[in-house]
Design a protein around this ligand. Structure first.
Ligand SMILES: Cc1cc2nc3c(=O)[nH]c(=O)nc-3n(C[C@H](O)[C@H](O)[C@H](O)COP(=O)(O)OP(=O)(O)OC[C@H]3O[C@@H](n4cnc5c(N)ncnc54)[C@H](O)[C@@H]3O)c2cc1C
Length: 468
């Protein structure tokens, strides 16, 4: 859809003519993320300062122009996918690591910095930025904060939310505010920082982020254990955490995932095993050696049929190969997948995986389960060919059934990927009418004209019929 030439000239006046795109081919490049949802916008702008972002938002309010913030476009739920009449606000010019303060253990960054770049930079100071989404080498910190992203290390270190101390934010109506502190503590007023984290670009545009860092661990050990039964693996997960061991990664692959990887890489993993655990500990060298022994003995006590402890970084890399190969291996089975990042209490993992198998059997689908067992966050991959209408309909039915199971188990529909467009029809299921209403009122208070990333989280039909 076209944007009026007057509005376009104003946008160019704000960000400069070299920072605006309108060509149809260019619109295609900013029309999608990793979710397969695609809508071409009317215009794309690359602001270079907080002031420019603010001016765009003031203009958008006056014109009723939808504005969609975007980082690297790697989101899994369509949270950065624009609307047809909208403007995509690409934040990749905000590339600076402004400050690293090793004494206070904080980093001040612009939102377009790639997560992996910050991780590598702070290592030179003996520090670590723990959140590590698998997309760290290409996703932006602004996107991570907006989605509240998680990763492998969440079981020990937590998720992005736990590292954001403060933000500079351009609010939907234009004012630029600062939230939070640069200090380890701070309880003055409402916690607007936490409100913004995970807001999926609907409550404000981040222009600066203050992040907490921690000392980088001296050493790591990796342990791989195979189990004849799923219960033995999940019992081990719980037993490990009771042994006062805090793994920095605690990953599970069920039989379907082991099979898929074996077919792809031929690593000689035992196909009779019903589950595999990949466990990593980090910290002082002497401590991780002891922790690795405790882990091996807990797994043995719980019936592991095979245990390997990596003695070197190279061996550790070998043990991780299978886990890292799951995504490419899945690509060999079917052209498409629906990857749900459902999360249940750890005690519910076995029931979840067995129930998902039952759903797969009933709908004649291949569903591969693997993921962050330490967090109860099991990636459930429904394999399909979207061109096959019958298979697509069975897969969509399976998703709904799996969501119901997750909620019955006391879990959440998304541990890390967020709601976006893809899960917006289901948000009400989890948060309930009261929670939905409260969230919608916050959105309306900050964004009365609903110009900032409309159509995300709140299902359009439900938001529309909601009382004002
Ligand atoms: C191969 C692959 C692996 C992945 N692995 C993980 C994983 O392990 N864990 C995980 O949690 N996610 C994972 N993801 C999902 C995705 O990478 C994350 O959601 C990531 O945080 C998105 O960052 P981005 O820069 O690509 O943001 P985008 O996708 O561009 O945007 C995501 C959201 O952030 C908003 N946004 C972006 N910048 C700003 C800003 N400056 N201010 C306000 N809002 C903003 C957008 O409006 C949108 O709502 C993976 C994705 C892929 C493709």
């Amino acid at each position: 859809m076209a944007i009026s030439s007057f509005t376009l000239s104003e946008i160019i006046g704000i960000v400069g003519s070299g920072h605006v795109l309108t060509g149809p081919e260019e619109m295609v490049c900013y029309s999608y993320d990793a979710s397969r949802i695609q809508v071409c916008p009317a215009c794309v702008a690359f602001p270079g300062s907080a002031r420019e972002v603010s001016e765009i938002l003031v203009l958008a309010n006056r014109e009723g122009l939808p504005v969609h913030p975007r980082g690297a476009g790697s989101g899994m739920v369509g949270a950065s996918v624009p609307s047809e009449e909208g403007l995509v606000l690409v934040m990749t010019r905000f590339q600076r690591i402004i400050e690293i303060d090793p004494d206070e253990m904080i980093a001040v960054v612009q939102p377009g910095v790639i997560t992996g770049t910050l991780q590598r930079t702070v290592l030179d100071y003996g520090l670590m930025y723990p959140p590590d989404p698998a997309s760290a080498s290409f996703s932006t910190l602004g996107g991570n904060v907006a989605m509240g992203s998680g990763g492998l290390r969440a079981v020990k270190y937590g998720v992005t939310r736990d590292y954001v101390l403060g933000l500079e934010v351009a609010l939907p109506t234009g004012p630029i505010i600062r939230t939070g502190t640069r200090t380890a503590k701070g309880v003055v007023g409402y916690d607007l920082t936490r409100l913004m984290v995970g807001s999926e670009g609907t409550l404000g545009v981040f222009t600066e982020i203050v992040l907490r860092l921690v000392p980088a661990p001296e050493a790591r050990r990796t342990i791989l254990a195979l189990f004849p039964s799923l219960d033995q693996a999940t019992d081990s997960v719980r037993a490990l955490l009771k042994q006062r061991v805090a793994p920095s990664a605690l990953e599970l692959m069920d039989r379907s995932a082991i099979d898929v990887v074996e077919n792809y890489l031929h690593l000689n993993l035992d196909r009779n095993a019903e589950a595999l655990l990949l466990i990593e500990v980090d910290g002082l060298d002497c401590a991780v050696t002891h922790e690795a022994e405790v882990i091996a003995s807990v797994c043995q006590g719980n019936g592991a049929s095979d245990i390997e402890v990596a003695a070197s970084a190279t061996e550790s890399e070998r043990l991780w190969r299978g886990r890292r190969a799951i995504s490419p291996a899945l690509g060999r089975i079917k052209p498409h997948k629906i990857n749900e990042d459902i999360t249940v209490p750890r005690t519910g993992i076995t029931r979840l995986i067995r129930s998902v198998r039952e759903v797969a059997r009933r709908h004649d689908l291949i569903i591969v389960c693997f993921g962050h067992a330490g967090d109860g966050n099991i990636h459930t991959n429904i394999m399909l060919d979207r061109k096959n209408a019958d298979e697509l309909s069975r897969a969509e039915q399976a998703v709904e059934e799996i969501f119901r199971i997750v909620l019955e188990l006391g879990g959440t529909l998304s541990g890390e990927h967020g709601v976006g467009i893809a899960k917006s029809p289901y948000m009400l299921w989890e948060v309930g009418a009261g929670g939905y209403e409260a969230m919608w009122r916050i959105k309306q208070a900050l964004d009365p004209r609903n110009i900032l990333n409309p159509g995300k989280m709140f299902s359009p039909s439900r938001a529309f019929f909601h009382p004002a």
